[in-house]
Design a binder for this molecule. Structure first.
Ligand code: GBH
Length: 445
């Protein structure tokens, strides 16, 4: 059965940051330090999903999705990052999973969507190889409790974004600006993926995936130097995370002046490349890059962002290019061939400045156009032979959008953060009709 779902992440929706034994995560620390998140927003309360999960499951059941991708808060389970387990944290996910199953909604659980226990950051975070082993311990704990009812597990969410924003640029937690010295955070996350996959399989987890955010890369011109810049960007953003998992090798990083990743030890790539049941792909937009102007200071990077122009943009300013999803999926198939497992589009969506009108209606026509276009592109990629098994809209609810706080709204459901009132938007009603039709015809898209 094709999976139609919505996606969320723990720190972005749960709130209850200090309840029931939850430990501190790097996002608690980061958001509470002034200047890091717009308007000083934090995830302390967020959508209060920790208390309102049942209402949120009802919203999904009414929408008609048959799957829900959520993430588990690592510090709720292992508050100090070590093996000590917080039962109350496990109990929360147990209730949620039972609630989903009761509605016939297949749970898809992400282990790591960026909220690392602060105690692990204090020991070096993802720059420390040991963190990969701690992820495996945590994978063991949660799957021992939930794998009997959770058939789909996603080890990591977007290790590229976590490395770049968290460790290279410092715009996300843990706020480190190490530029290319952030690369060990890539390898250690990938090693964690491999070790966690083993732990999940040992507990009988059904399907194991990793989610990478992927982007089609366009060269700004036909010039050879722009083509080289595009190739370098593709290497850093896409291939650095897909190649080791799917092919068992890292791409050539010499364009970055990096001869080899010193963090890699013998045997690591075998751990990272063990067979997967699917590749999770998050798609938002394509990227257009150019070679740096001669003499420009790019901090050693062999490309500059040239910006995608001539397309509508979201409230975030991101270009809306639905065909980029078809291009991305067919490109993955062309690059990896039979090494590409079934694909799950684990996130796709857009932000808008949505507010209820005087009639109480949130008329988000832009989101409807966005989703309609991307679902058509998904269907086109499938018609071209890409094996896609699921599609998840980011997001169910307006939520804590990382460094932007509550200022970017991605939900199918509007949240009034002052009252926690949920209001399904026009896009929710549109998707509901769409899903009812899919269900009727029994075919995806
Ligand atoms: C995801 O990251 C996250 O998994 C999720 O938690 C988050 O809430 C959601 O997306 C929305 O942000 O500068 O125009 O080229 C998305 C990563 C990084 C994708 C920035 C788009 C740049 C657009 N994004 N990227 S542009």
């Amino acid at each position: 059965m094709f999976l139609w779902g919505t996606a969320t992440a723990s720190y972005q929706i749960e709130g209850a940051a200090a309840e029931d034994g939850r430990g501190t995560s790097i996002w608690d620390t980061f958001a509470h330090e002034s200047g890091n998140v717009r308007d000083g927003h934090t995830g302390d309360v967020a959508c209060d999903h920790y208390h309102r999960w049942s209402e949120d499951v009802t919203l999904m059941a009414d929408l008609g999705v048959n799957s829900y991708r959520f993430s588990i808060s690592w510090p709720r389970i292992h508050p100090r990052g070590d093996r000590e387990v917080n039962q109350a944290g496990l109990d929360f996910y147990d209730r949620l999973v039972d609630g989903l199953c009761a509605q016939g909604i297949t749970p898809a659980a992400t282990l790591f969507h960026w909220d690392l226990p602060q105690a692990l950051e204090d020991r070096g975070g993802w720059l420390n190889r040991d963190t990969a082993h701690r992820l495996a311990d945590y994978a063991h704990t949660v799957s021992a409790r939930l794998a009997d009812r959770v058939p789909i597990w996603i080890t990591l969410n977007e290790p590229f974004i976590h490395m770049v924003f968290g460790y290279a640029l410092g715009t996300h937690a843990p706020g480190r600006a190490l530029f290319l010295d952030a690369l060990p955070a890539a390898h250690h996350q990938l090693l964690g993926h491999g070790l966690a996959t083993r732990a999940l399989r040992a507990n009988g987890a059904g399907r194991v995936l990793v989610t990478n955010n992927c982007t089609p890369v366009w060269a700004a011109s036909d010039a050879e130097r722009d083509a080289r810049a595009a190739d370098a960007y593709d290497t850093l953003h896409n291939r650095l995370f897909n190649d080791p998992v799917l092919l068992g090798s890292y791409p050539d990083l010499s364009a970055f002046g990096v001869p080899a990743l010193d963090a890699v030890r013998d045997g690591d790539l075998e751990v990272i490349a063990q067979p997967l049941d699917g590749l999770g792909v998050n798609y938002y937009n394509p990227t257009r890059v150019a070679a740096p102007a001669p003499g420009a200071d790019t901090g050693g990077l062999p490309f500059v962002d040239a910006g995608v122009t001539g397309h509508p943009t979201t409230a975030f300013g991101w270009p809306v290019v639905p065909d980029g999803l078809r291009e991305l999926l067919t490109g993955l198939r062309a690059r990896y061939g039979d090494a590409l497992p079934p694909v799950y589009v684990t996130e796709n969506g857009c932000s808008q400045a949505d507010e209820p009108g005087p009639d109480g209606v949130v008329d988000d026509q832009g989101r409807i156009a966005y989703l309609d276009g991307h679902i058509a592109a998904l269907r086109a990629a499938m018609a071209e032979g890409v094996d896609v098994r699921g599609y998840y809209v980011w997001s169910l609810l307006d939520n804590f959008e990382w460094a932007e706080g509550y200022n970017q709204r991605f939900g199918l459901v509007h949240v009034d953060f002052a009252t926690q009132k949920r209001t399904p938007k026009a896009s929710y009603h549109w998707l509901k009709n769409r899903l009812a039709a899919e269900h009727h015809h029994g075919t995806p898209a």
